[in-house]
Design a binder for this molecule. Sequence first.
Ligand code: ATP
Ligand code: MG
Length: 396
Amino acid sequence: MEQMYRAFLIKYGEIGLKGKNRGYFEDCLVKQVRHVLAPLGEYHVAKEQGRVFVECPEGYDYEDTVKAISKVFGIVGFSPVVILESTEWDDITKKVGDYVDALYEDKTFTFKCFAKRGNKDYFKTSPEICADLGEALLNRFPGISVDVHNPQESIFVEVRNRTYIYSKTIPGPGGMPVGSNGKAMLLLSGGIDSPVAGYMISKRGVYIDATYFHSPPYTSERAKQKVIDLARIISAYTGPIHLNVVNFTDIQMYIYETCPHEELTILMRRYMMRIAEAIALEKDCLALITGESIGQVASQTMQSLACTNAVCTLPVMRPLIGFDKQEIVAISEKIESYETSILPYEDCCTLYVADHPVTKPRIRDMEKSEELLKEKIDDMVKTAIETREILRIVPE
Ligand code: ATP
Ligand code: MG
């Protein structure tokens, strides 16, 4: 049944796509569709007449293709299309009939035909195509009937240099095409929250780069691999991600040795934000993104958030700020990062965590503690940034 489809017709959101940016938005969408389909084969993706058309290679996998296209932000819906290599009228009526026969098991629905012509010299006008096709379908399937006002099924036929037939629409994820709204730096850890945060900002058309703070040997290679895997999972939505892996061990140890232990988490988070911001600025990112949510852990109380926020000048986007864990988990399951996120390998925050971390830190106190780090910290930060590893992550 699915083998009859040779192409997909993509419809995108109109609201964000009006005006002089339209062409640019469409280019972003085309680029992203190409990106998600690249691992699956040689698809032909083109922009034409206010929509995007995807032609599939011989022997392509329907399910995989639908799954990949379903992840492209900006798509409202897409239709699998049957292509007929002919514009002969008899061929068209036969093919549309065969299509209806194959697609609809229960042939008792109401329908309406919609037609378009690419070539105005075609011997029938669009209304004539609709009327004659409707009649042919009624003759072949006595149980169906026409309802021009409120049809259950809309059958589209476009006659160009060949004929395109479609009726079914698969919902897309909505949002805006990635790249249409600049770029931001995601602080990506191995947890549940940050991949979801990256997904949500990306959905608004923002390109994502990521930074992960790694503390070998206290965090294992497997913990790093888990972050790489998470980046790969979300890259099916976000496009390619440059993942910056920053070695955070020396900074973490230095804070641990020098400052009050109950402040360790907040001080570490402040250095993470500073380093992520420095890399973000280098890479033309316009904001930072974290997976924080008010009150979730000690480092995410209102006071703690104020302390980590205070070291940044770029806007810090926290799309999960008002979400409960269950709501975050639900998105994480939907985008298929959950199973990877719950693998047990610790990320660096879980080491050296004090029994009673401060829950109401004050910016002034944090600054005072950081004074103690004065001697070496700037060099350490510089080294951490310079020696970072940069990985380019794309979907499998
Ligand atoms: P997550 O599930 O995203 O790991 P979390 O509940 O573990 O979040 P925290 O550990 O307090 O929360 O981290 C808050 C945010 O700080 C994370 O969502 C992430 O954006 C960032 N972050 C924490 N640890 C790291 C790390 N090792 N590397 C990069 N970013 C991190
Ligand atoms: Mg975490």
